[in-house]
Design a protein. Structure first.
Length: 369
């Protein structure tokens, strides 16, 4: 089977490398997604192990369509009975951008009709109760190129299962994991977040260091599919647990001025299985002191569009520039949407990476020299 895994813009290369490292074959990055191929084992592994992708779709067909007749025939050409049982539920949703087919409801109706027509031929019935397992059909039309997919994931992969509550401006787990990747977090790392909020960056860094797979504690849509052998997910979960590194020396330290946020962070860390690896304390950035011989700061400081006004946020950047000293074996990885960050921080980054935090264009600024 062919698969498509969407990810945040700017993370395609990182997401592809992550899947390759996790043992997925034939991986290649495209704009806004990663493509790969494999069997049900690869599907289960990608869902359990992908740190940076949003979902894992089975890519059933791709074709050009500028009218509804072409869309109908392209969808009907798929052998739907290989994926959807006679009693399965198969809702349709999707999006269209820069294409002749602009009406989403109309596209949904045509795709649903084409699938029903094909399944009628396969199952020799005129009626589908759709009271079985959900097989979410997803379509994407971009510049008249149609992708028809089946969602194997269910809730998005950033829903790791440990963040029941969060503060007012949480960072997505997938983006936090990307920052840990960019900071090259390892098993013996010390990581610090002086604006830790609900703790997501530190939790993702800790789980990366201990090799705890992102989806190890959650379920997926495909687990209810009759077409998938239940032993596949069990085998892959056990493989993931066998590869965890509980003997890693990793430790992290999270600081924030909000006691309520710190309480949430402690709870989240416990739920994520890394509560003993992260120390949370109430501390202002003005009181930041680094006493470690080696450490990596990874942080998502408040910014104007999110929590504080722009000048207050820039005031924090100035303090960060003073506190984050150039020291051997120390690095700083900071995400910000402010184009003047380096100027205000006080020195240019050694490396930058453009990406999106949701719809907000940001840059990750990396200091390691």
């Amino acid at each position: 089977m062919d698969f498509a895994a969407p990810c945040l813009l700017g993370l395609e290369g990182l997401a592809a490398n992550d899947l390759k490292f996790k043992g997925i074959d034939n991986v290649r990055a495209e704009n806004g997604r990663v493509l790969f191929s494999g069997d049900h084992t690869a599907m289960a592994r990608a869902n359990i192990c992908s740190s940076l992708c949003a979902r894992i779709f089975i890519l059933l067909a791709e074709f050009e369509a500028r009218d509804f007749d072409t869309l109908f025939e392209g969808v009907k050409a798929v052998e739907w009975s290989e994926y959807i049982g006679e009693h399965d539920c198969f809702p349709v949703k999707g999006n269209s951008l820069d294409s002749a087919l602009t009406s989403i409801p109309a596209c949904q109706k045509i795709i649903k009709k084409a699938v029903v027509d094909k399944l009628r031929q396969s199952y020799r019935t005129d009626w589908f109760d759709e009271d079985g397992a959900v097989h979410q059909i997803q379509f994407r039309i971009f510049k008249n190129r149609v992708s028809i997919m089946l969602d194997t994931t269910g809730d998005a992969l950033n829903k790791r299962g440990y963040r029941a509550i969060s503060n007012d401006a949480p960072i997505k787990e997938t983006l936090a994991a990307a920052m840990a990747d960019l900071a090259r977090v390892r098993a013996d790392h010390i990581v610090i977040d002086p604006f830790c909020g609900s703790g997501t960056i530190l939790i993702e860094a800790a789980r990366k260091a201990l090799n705890i797979m992102p989806g190890i504690d959650r379920s997926f849509a495909f687990e209810k599919w009759a077409q998938v052998d239940p032993s596949v997910i069990g085998t892959e979960r056990q493989r993931a647990r066998d590869n965890e590194r509980r003997d890693a020396s990793f430790m992290a330290y999270g600081y924030d001025i909000d006691e309520e946020a710190l309480a949430i962070a402690r709870r989240n860390a416990e739920l994520a299985g890394v509560g003993d690896r992260i120390v949370f304390e109430r501390r202002d950035i003005k009181d930041y002191v680094d006493v470690h011989e080696r450490a990596s700061v990874i942080t998502n400081p408040p910014y104007g569009e999110r929590m504080l006004d722009v000048e207050q946020a820039r005031g924090l950047y100035r303090v960060m520039g003073e506190k984050f000293e150039r020291k051997p074996y120390h690095s700083y990885t900071v995400i910000s949407p402010d184009d003047r960050f380096e100027q205000i921080f006080g020195r240019p980054a050694d490396k930058r990476r453009k990406l999106y935090n949701g719809t907000l264009r940001c840059q990750v600024y990396m200091y390691y020299k």
